[in-house]
Write a protein that binds this ligand. Structure first.
Ligand code: HDE
Length: 728
């Protein structure tokens, strides 16, 4: 069977790119002119009354330029303000017609153009990429049947169960209103005050405190549709579906200390990484996964499929990988495309429909509403990036900035003067018909009792983590709650954590200098209605055992078979052995890595044989946190310089602290001996010892490169953190 992952690289030309081209402008070789097309002779001086006189009102060229500038900004997104996007295509592997009639999921010959925007949630447009936060993963499919938006996140659950709590959640996490502090961080009182009163957020908090919240790259994140959606097939039969994106490079994160340093040294770290990967032809890829639940199984599970704080463990319903997404083209203009793109969970095509998840239902209102203020009116669908690749004909008219010139007398239906057009389309011919779900219910303002187990899956998540991941989670909670000033809030959180895992609660409490509350009582859920009957808030007893652990929840089980696009820094100075540099560089590049030479100065270094080696970064402009691994080539003069250079030694110490693979030619061992991990250098030159510690010291560059590649593929050597010997 052919390897589906290795399908040919799709062309960067597609229907959407072609559709965008009439709107593109290229000034190369062109004259400067005004918006009215008048050529401009002087763009450097305004029109003045005399040599040193005042500017004249008459200067229409100045006024036009300045007025446009004054109006350049639009409101940033109320959440997910900071983001980065790219064009690409999606192709399904095999027809999914058994479940859905959506053309892009049934026609295996189709390449559907997509525009994907990744984002953080809490920070403003100018904040940092490496904040501890959820990441948005929004995909716009320009299908032949209209636009489908899968507006997901990199975590499969959400903080709240009902959309009406969203403004409260966002107000709590955003910078505090009196002093607008802190930016892009959940580590403050109002966030944890809210969370400690909302036990339904506990499962999501486990994800947010895990390393999933500090990804190594957008290209190394999973994506999730979060809600349960419906598929509907040509016979109008429906099933439930959860959407997943599985990155082919695996799911990887950075260390928290590293994240904080990256935030200062390169706040654009993820944006840059995505841009550079696409520019260099390393196109990011994900497989689309689906978990399908037959309609008849709706009530089979311990949890409610309509509850967005729950996953369906992959052990209960496996994820089928049904197609591939490839991002292969950077936008031409950030504002026109990335900023103006308007995603909406309500953009669906025939074959995909909604469920009654109360979070999903609320989102159906919010997304159009927000575009009306953000993009300034009802015609935002006409902005080039938002247009479908199929023609639009309807009776909607006018409004600010209308672009379409609708011809004819009629803009109503039914009409006879316009021949009855545009006309309705039968479902059999492609018209969207909502799934005819049976509903027989009372109108109530209540939460379903099936939504009230808030802890089982939080525990499942915690139990499924590897030892280092558990430690990171504990550290993250100690950090975040440690930044909370109100002791009562910290204490309430410890109460919630006791419901997840006693040891977790005890460890976090220790870090905060608090006691774990005695007694088994449940934390109070303050998010309940005034007239609530407490019995209603008792969870249903479990129906069938939940798995003890779920392998897919731990990043320790992700793919670790490639060093594709990993960034490797070579620390070198004048007198380096050119062969030791070049052989390792070729081997790593052949395995797909990106190598940069870092030296005490920019320009070139002179190798021992007199050859010149170009330098990409100096020790001043680079930082270990920008690299996945480091290598020190041989050459006595180079080693002597590096050993004596505090910045070079710090570079290595810091990389060691962040648990990265480090390699040195045996002749450069003295440089590693200047570090604090000198005592941890492998005693023999076997592959096993090198891979145990993630430190490779070898004489033979060929052998060194081979072992180093295996070490880099393992991503991180978290065991090193245990002794906590971390001066860097
Ligand atoms: Fe959003 N969300 N959201 N959200 N969301 C927005 O829409 C909202 C939720 C997500 O790159 C806003 O255009 C409500 C879950 C992404 O442009 C806004 C609720 C998930 C993006 C909005 C949720 C998401 C947004 C702000 C609770 C994962 C960025 C600007 C009911 C499944 C899209 C905008 C982009 C953006 C509302 C919860 C994902 C205000 C009311 C759950 C990826 O409309």
């Amino acid at each position: 069977m052919p390897d589906k992952k290795k399908t040919p690289i799709p062309s960067t030309e597609n229907k959407k790119i072609a559709e965008l081209s009439p709107n593109k402008e290229d000034s190369t070789g062109q004259d400067l002119n005004t918006n009215t097309g008048v050529k401009i002779s002087d763009d450097h001086n305004s029109l003045k009354a005399g040599d040193r006189g005042p500017t004249l009102m008459e200067d229409f060229i100045f006024r036009e330029k300045m007025t446009h500038f004054d109006h350049e900004r639009i409101p940033e997104r109320v959440v997910h303000a900071r983001g980065s996007a790219a064009h690409g295509v999606f192709k399904v592997y095999e027809s999914m017609e058994k479940y859905t009639k959506a053309g892009f999921l049934t026609d295996t010959s189709r390449e559907t153009p997509v525009f994907v925007r990744f984002s953080t949630v809490a920070g403003s447009r100018g904040s940092t990429d490496l904040a501890r936060d959820v990441r948005g993963f929004a995909v716009k499919f320009y299908t032949d049947e209209g636009i489908f938006d899968l507006v997901g996140n990199n975590m499969p659950v959400f903080f709240i169960q009902d959309a009406t709590k969203f403004p409260d959640l966002v107000h709590a996490v955003k910078p505090e209103p009196h002093n607008e502090i802190p930016q892009a961080a959940s580590a403050h009182d109002t966030f944890w005050d809210f969370i400690s009163l909302m036990p339904e957020s506990t499962h999501m908090i486990m994800w947010l405190m895990s390393d999933r919240a500090i990804p190594r790259s957008y290209r190394m994140m999973e994506g999730f549709g979060v809600h349960t959606f419906r598929f509907v097939n040509a016979n109008e039969e429906s099933c439930f579906v959860k959407f997943h994106w599985k990155p082919l490079l695996g799911v990887h994160s950075v260390a928290w200390d590293e994240a904080q340093k990256i935030s200062g040294k390169d706040p654009d770290f993820h944006r840059r990484d995505l841009w550079e990967a696409i520019e260099s032809g390393n196109f990011p890829e994900w497989e689309l996964g689906v978990q399908i639940v037959p309609e008849a199984d709706e009530h089979k599970f311990d949890f409610d499929l309509l509850d967005a704080t729950k996953i369906i463990p992959e052990e209960l319903v496996p994820v089928q990988r049904i197609g591939k997404l490839t991002l292969n083209r950077n936008p031409d203009n950030f504002f026109a495309e990335t900023e103006q793109v308007a995603y909406h969970i309500g953009h669906v095509v025939p074959g995909i429909d909604f469920t009654n998840d109360p979070l999903l239902q609320g989102r159906l209102f919010s997304y159009t509403d927000t575009q009306l203020i953000r993009l300034g009116g009802p015609n935002f669908q006409e902005i080039p990036i938002n247009r479908p690749v199929v023609p639009v004909h309807n009776n909607q008219r006018d409004g600010y900035m209308r672009q379409t010139i609708n011809k004819g007398r009629t803009s109503y239906s039914p009409n006879s003067l316009g021949g009855g057009y545009p006309s309705q389309v039968k479902a059999a011919d492609g018209g969207f018909r909502s799934y005819t779900e049976k509903i027989d219910a009372r109108k109530i303002r209540e939460r379903s009792r099936s939504f009230f187990d808030h802890y089982t899956q939080a525990t499942l998540f915690f139990n499924s983590q590897s030892a280092p991941e558990k430690q990171h989670l504990i550290d993250a909670l100690r950090f975040e709650l440690g930044k909370v000033d109100t002791v009562a809030v910290r204490q309430r959180m410890i109460g919630i954590l006791t419901q997840v895992d006693k040891d977790l609660a005890a460890q976090v409490a220790y870090g905060l200098g608090l006691e774990v509350p005695a007694g088994p009582e449940q934390p109070v859920n303050h998010g309940v209605p005034a007239d609530a009957d407490p019995a209603h808030y008792e969870p249903f007893p479990p129906k069938e055992p939940v798995p003890d652990i779920s392998l897919a929840l731990s990043m320790a089980n992700t793919v670790k078979d490639s060093i594709q696009t990993r960034k490797i820094g070579f620390l070198a100075a004048d007198g380096v052995d050119a062969a030791s540099v070049n052989a390792a560089k070729s081997a790593l590049e052949a395995a797909g890595a990106v190598v940069e030479i870092i030296a005490p100065h920019l320009g070139e270094i002179v190798a021992a044989d007199g050859s010149l080696i170009p330098v990409q970064k100096s020790l001043l402009t680079a930082s270990s946190v920008f690299y996945d691994a480091l290598y020190v080539p041989s050459g006595p003069t180079s080693s002597g310089t590096l050993e004596a250079d505090a910045d070079a030694v710090h570079f290595l110490n810091e990389a060691y602290r962040h648990c990265k693979a480090i390699a040195a030619h045996a002749d450069a061992r003295q440089v590693l001996e200047a570090t604090y991990f000198a005592k941890k250098l492998p005693e023999d030159d076997s592959e096993e010892s090198a891979l145990m510690e993630g430190v490779v010291v070898q004489e033979d560059v060929k052998k060194l490169s081979k072992i180093f590649i295996s070490a880099i593929a393992l991503h991180r050597f978290w065991e090193r953190e245990k002794p906590r010997r971390v001066p860097a």
